[in-house]
Design a protein around this ligand. Sequence first.
Ligand code: E4P
Length: 216
Amino acid sequence: MEFFIDTANLEEIKEANDLGVLSGVTTNPSLVAKEGIDFHDRLREITKVVDGSVSAEVIATEADEMVKEGKELAAIAPNITVKVPMTLEGLKAVKSLTEANISTNVTLVFSVNQALLAARAGATYVSPFLGRLDDISHNGLDLIEEISSVFTTHAIDTKIIAASIRHATHVREAALRGAHIGTIPFGVIQKLAMHPLTDQGIEKFLKDWEQTVQSK
Ligand code: E4P
């Protein structure tokens, strides 16, 4: 599974990119609102830092408008992926954007049928939202597994982005259950690296090293 970061915060993106593990970025209107920045300017900044896919979401709800907005976003940089909501209008927009060779990420996916429709419309990525399903006592991870199984059975090459990830267990399970990508908040990426036995091991190695005699 590849790692995307789920944020519009440039410092977090730079820090995660410096770790060498980042393949892409996802943003959404709520994440952009938190930053209080101009969206297009921020996309220009992000695409200078990250080579991989950078998802930018359309606000329009009608297909024609989504396509217009999507083409404007895609013109910002070659690695922009246009994020489109999982609606009937969204599917029409995905079809047009795909015909225009623009990559798409269908967002707000909560069922296998939605994922299948999005894939058949030509989506490059689908984003099932794990955490928001868990919030209402459904099992987001089961959804990842089901979409993965259906895509494998039918040889669909649309990539599954496990989205709305809230903690490290989501990451491990999404990887085990077949997500191609996890889009992860920065705080969770940091926690993935942590283990108390690693910390204890370093402490002991450093302590033992003090007992050795070194010429240099
Ligand atoms: C994914 O592309 C979305 O931006 C994101 O994962 C949504 O997460 P949330 O449910 O924590 O808002």
